[in-house]
Design a protein. Sequence first.
Lengths: 521, 180
Amino acid sequence: MSEIGIGSLGSILPEIILIVGGLLILLLDMIQNSTTYQRESGRGFMAVAVLFLVVSLVGALLQMLSFGSPTSQGPHVAAYLVDIDPFTSFMKMTIYIGMTLVAIAGGSYMNRYSPRMGRGEFWSLFLFTSMAMGMVVSANNLILLFLSFEFLSISSYILAGYLRNNVRSSEAGLKYFLYGSVASSVMLYGMSLLYGVSGSLNLTEIAQAMAANTDFSIVALPAVLMLMVGLGFKMTLAPFFQWAPDTYDGAPTPVTAYLSTASKAAGFAVTARLLLIGLGAFSVEWVPVLSGLAILTMTVGNLMALRQNSVKRMLAYSSVAQAGYMLMGLVSVVSASQAELSQIDLASLGMNGLNGLLIYLFAYLFTNIGAFMVVMAIEEDSGSHDISAYRGLMQRSPGLALAMLIFLLSLTGIPLTGGFMGKFYVFGAAVQHQYFFLAAAGFINAGIAAGYYLRVVAAMLYEPAVDANGAEIAPKPLNMGMALQLTLAICVLVTLWIGIYPPNFIDLANDASRHLLALRF
Amino acid sequence: MPANLDELIAQLPTFQQFMFVQVALFTAVMALLVVLARNLFHNALALVGALFGVAGLYALLEAEFLAVSQVLIYVGGISTLITFAIMLTRGMMFGDTSPNNRQAGTAAIVIGTMFSVMAGFLLQVPWQEAYVELGDGQAIIANLGRLFVNEYLIPFEMMALLLLVVLAGAIMLARDHMIE
């Protein structure tokens, strides 16, 4: 066994940078608050946090682009347990972009509402959370995978309940914690089954051990079911989503924004890796489970979202429903008929399902963060999430209304938006692999979803602003901070950019998905 | 009939099996008490027992290091903390402080089903035997330290960081409201 040198840690530099940033903020906080209880604005911490996030994002980007060049090291394993390959780099890039956007746009909100003494801790926790997500998508070993998964969960519980003086926020944190601890323990049991039969924690070795002895295949189904409890909790899949509406609704809006995008993306990446590499040979077992979950998730999410009057809560349910569409991508990796599977080379397909999932996740990240940031802007202005607060937004702030319009169209899946590209690739893969029932369920659900998304659009564009009693009032202009405007502009531009088929970006997603599919056992 | 006696003896459970059943039963009963006892303090005491039982299982499996850590950390540290927290909280010590809720019956059915399904399933699997021969003068934990700074360096460091995060978060959430 060779020892780990400093050189091999270079591959996980983006994560190390985030750790250094988090520790630095903790130290700065200690120095500042040691003697006085003075009011600390938190802006300095926010600046440091954004700086470190951007540096590690650049690191992850460089890593991803380096795989194409001949001088690079290529896909490799760093420090025994961390996979560095196009797939992990793509996921890391997605996650760090999301965290950076949330930090820039939501920073002033968090600094205003979080407890006076806790501003430094918030930013340090925020960086550690980003680090945990970067780790969880690259772990190839069950120990590191579970540990970083728990790291992500625990720091998210704290962040969701961060506004201590707000009862809703505390409720959000507590519910998240209770559901999360049960889900993690069930998932751990599933992992112990895999370890028990294979005697290894490495995903590839597990796959080899399971293939070597057919007696072990009996473990596959129970293990998949138990793993999906923990992973489904993180991805907000249907039977395990009950925490999501309350947590998304109660948590501080910036925290909600990252929980529903970056954290969910991490969950999907782990699921893809676990199922494709660790249990790739047992797709017969997990494909029915996953397709059942996908249909249930989108239907339940959409039907519940229809009834909501609070836009934040509606977006929470819509986020559940979107997870169902994404899961379709993962199901469609495997062809419905086994005979066909052996004949075609999966990795060469234009729509292999996994690239649909990646494109979907990336487009959804910008769309949903943007939508939640609009919710945040309205909340700061009127203190309400109710749909009536959105009436007359077109007169009050045309920019905000148009941005929200684009986000909602993208969530619906209208062409020329990122959401359409994601749905196109995912549904396309489902049809190509002959999961017609899945594609049909998806189309019906997309139709239902249009109903509640367009309700907000109608309120924004066509209904006049009203006061608390329902009487019509003159539209009052709405002011936004510079950071929020910038983030919204970025989100709108990227949503539209993905919508017009950017070949470079699609290539990146293709590379990432092909790499993971090639590893498939 | 000495031959029959030998056969009879061969059929008897070994001492290890006998001990296992006792320790496992003790653990299971204690674990049930943690959930079912009506007084919070009794729950905490039963938790100590259950954690001790788990340590016993580790010892039976010849994982001495794990057993000692379990006693030191869980029985010695965490349970003591829980007990103190209960004793220092007003009105938690006496009476019906840990009532059952309405879902107890449903939970029992679900757990019973889960248990029988899992037990039936676990008996079907041909589990691998983990057995490593130890060299002369080698301790079972000799490799542990080396693994922590080599193969499992990153999880080890992550664990340290996780403890820091949990500490900071717990202080953050539980800090006195008066300071605000």
